[in-house]
Ligand binder design. Structure first.
Ligand code: FE
Ligand code: FE
Ligand code: ZN
Length: 285
């Protein structure tokens, strides 16, 4: 199906892609599945190993992204990177990983780097936030051409970022313009923000606490669990407790429709292509 040009350009939709074949290959894969943005892990998501840098591949990707009018990409930090873990040595390693990720993002300038703020593992929320702030200040200090995004979390265990207030405290502590938020629909619903019945109310609350100018990207995921369950299990679009109407409201919302939206649903590429087409079919002219 060929989409009207304005629909493609207004709605930046994509999914997580494998970075193993390089950056330019990811852009081509995205084009194949009807995407005009995408996410990728900067290193092994469950480890810490990163690929060798390839400036020529980055340059090819940058050219293609521009030519095909992609929206901003939303890179994702490793799940294992916990900036407020208890052991000082492990924490120092996580900080080094963050610094290296931000430095590497300079190869694909003017995109987003999103990560999970961290789990304080019993140190307490305030101590955890202080450690995250400290790590961000240090890693962002060189001013790389990347906007860093804190992901809204489900509030599972000792996870930080399950409330807008915690994210705001991190943002205030860091005190930079190039720090924003990526709103994950499954996570906020699991955290107790009712985007199914009161999307406008949740956005108003986001605006009052954080400021909507900080909202830079979305993760579109349905949820396998009920409202406020603090669980974080993603479902395919329309097949969970959020439902298709919620996603129609989100992608057509005047405050949201210009942001890059990334699917992190349990799919392989053909499933992602179908979900992207499904979402594009819901766009109101
Ligand atoms: Fe995430
Ligand atoms: Fe997410
Ligand atoms: Zn999740």
């Amino acid at each position: 199906m060929v989409w009207a040009k304005d629909v493609m350009e207004v709605l930046y939709l994509g999914c997580h892609l494998s970075a193993t074949g390089g950056n330019a290959a990811m852009v081509r894969t995205a084009l194949d599945i009807g995407a005009n943005t995408f996410a990728f892990f900067t290193r092994n998501p469950r480890g810490s190993k990163a690929k060798k840098e390839d400036p020529a591949d980055c340059a090819r990707a940058v050219d293609l992204l521009k030519k095909e009018k992609f929206g901003p990409l939303v890179a994702h930090g490793a799940y294992t990177m916990n900036l407020c873990t208890r052991e000082p040595e492990a924490r120092a390693f996580a900080r080094e990983v963050l610094r290296d990720d931000l430095r590497r993002m300079a190869g694909l300038p003017e995109n987003f780097y999103n990560f999970h703020p961290g789990s304080h593992v019993g140190q307490g929320t305030d101590a955890g936030i202080a450690q995250i702030v400290d790590a961000l200040r240090q890693a962002m200090d060189p001013g790389y051409p990347v906007t860093v995004l804190l992901e809204t979390m489900a509030g599972k265990g000792s996870e930080i970022g399950g409330s807008f207030r915690e994210l705001k405290d991190i943002i205030d502590g860091v005190g930079r313009e190039d720090l924003g938020v990526c709103l994950d629909t499954c996570h906020v619903y699991d955290a107790g923000y009712d985007i199914v019945h009161n999307l406008d109310g949740v956005l108003q609350e986001f605006d009052a606490i954080i400021g909507l100018e900080r909202l830079k990207a979305l993760h579109l995921n349905d949820s396998k669990n009920p409202f406020s369950s603090h669980k974080d299990r993603h479902a395919c679009i329309g097949q969970g407790s959020l439902g298709l109407d919620t996603f129609a409201a989100i992608i057509n919302h005047p405050l949201l429709r210009d942001k890059p939206m990334i699917l992190e649903t349990p799919n392989e590429l053909p499933g992602y292509a179908r979900e992207i087409a499904l979402l594009r079919s819901l766009v109101c002219p």
